[in-house]
Structures are given as C-alpha cells and as structure tokens.
Design a protein around this ligand. Structure first.
Ligand code: FMN
Length: 184
C-alpha cells in the first residue's frame, strides 16, 4: 500500500507518490493499493473506543480497516510540515491499530531544505507504537517540488537507487513477517 500523506490542493506529494507507484510496479513484486488520503477523506478520528478493540462504529473506519488489513507492506509518502509529518497521515494511522501490526513500512519523505528528515524522524514513535517494522532505506528529497515538472516527478540516480533498495527490503520483510502474524 502506498499512502499519499499530503492532501493540499497543488501538493507535490501526489506526483512523488505516482513515481513510487510506477517504480514499485516495475519490480513485479507487488500488487499495489494506492491510497490518496485526499480521496479517502477520513474525518478527524471519530471512534469512541480505542482502535485496538476494533469496535468500529463508522462505515469509513470499517472500510479503512479492511483495506489496511489486506496490505502486507506500506510506503508512506510524507512532506515535512513544521518539523513533523503530515497531520492527515497521523490521523489515518491513528484510526486503526492491529491492522498495522508486524508489517513493514518504508518512508519517502520530502520537504524544503530539510528533505523531510525531521518529518520522517517524527514518524518513528508512531510507527513503533503501532508495531510497524521500519525498513532502512528512506528516500529523502530536498526541495522535492523542484523535481516536479508539469505534474510529473523526475527522479535523480540517487533517488532511484534508494527507492529500489527500499522496495527490495519491503518485499523481503513482507514475506518474512507474514508467518509471524499468522501465529498470533
Ligand atoms: C505548513 C507547512 C509547513 C512546512 N514546514 C516545513 C519544515 O518544517 N521544513 C521543511 O523543510 N519544509 C517545510 N515546508 C515545505 C514543505 O515540506 C514543502 O513545500 C513540501 O513540498 C510540501 O509538500 P506537499 O506539497 O505535498 O504538501 C512546509 C510547508 C508547509 C505548507
């Protein structure tokens, strides 16, 4: 599952995530569910019970839960906003709990001068809390918006190489973690 973390009109996150999707498709290793949080349009977390209990009351939560349950690995494409990551992404993560557990996750972060590194670092406590397993390689784009021309992201050699490693690790971790989930 590739999650587009930014929801602003004119966001550069969408073309960056579309590039991630096309590279993931080329590997032949993945069946991709592309989640644009702007389209998913979740409200602020509105469930009365802790998500760990799975006592969901809202149709949007039930649909989101089923979709994330079906995924074996994630790439979170997130901008850096004020030294942190996208609040829409935090909200989407917070909605669920066990659905994320013991599944691998990789980041594609971008920002201004920071390359989204502080946003990616801010994601770590949430990832740990949910039991997601982070893979090492992390695509980081300095002023990523400058690489978007006419709505298309143009990667450099470095970004292509890191994303390839990230995808390879995600595929391996997805296979490795599946049996561990099955024994729970
Ligand atoms: C509200 C806001 C806060 C931002 N804060 C940071 C920041 O702390 N560090 C940084 O490097 N860039 C920051 N930026 C720049 C964004 O990371 C950059 O414009 C990015 O491309 C935005 O992603 P988006 O177009 O997908 O929303 C900020 C942008 C916005 C809109």
């Amino acid at each position: 599952m590739i999650i587009v973390g930014s929801v602003r009109p004119g966001r550069v996150g969408l073309p960056i995530a579309e590039w991630v999707r096309s590279e993931a498709e080329k590997t032949g290793d993945f069946e991709i569910d592309f989640v644009d949080l702007a389209e998913l349009n979740l409200p602020f977390m509105d469930e009365p019970a802790h998500p760990r209990l799975r006592q969901y009351t809202q149709p949007h939560t039930i649909a989101w839960s089923e979709r994330v349950d079906a995924a074996d690995a994630f790439i979170l494409v997130t901008p850096e906003y004020n030294y942190s990551y996208s609040p829409a992404l935090k909200n989407a993560l917070d909605f669920l709990n066990r659905e994320w557990w013991m599944k691998p996750v990789g980041f594609v972060s971008y920002g201004g001068v920071s390359s989204g590194t502080r946003g990616a670092a801010a994601l770590l406590p949430t990832i740990v809390s949910l039991g997601l397993v982070r893979v090492g390689p992390n695509v980081e784009l300095t002023f990523g918006g400058k690489q978007v021309v006419d709505g298309v992201f143009h990667p450099g050699e470095k970004e292509l190489a890191i994303l390839a490693r990230e995808l390879k690790e995600l595929a391996r971790f997805a296979d490795g973690l599946k049996p561990l989930r099955a024994t729970d």
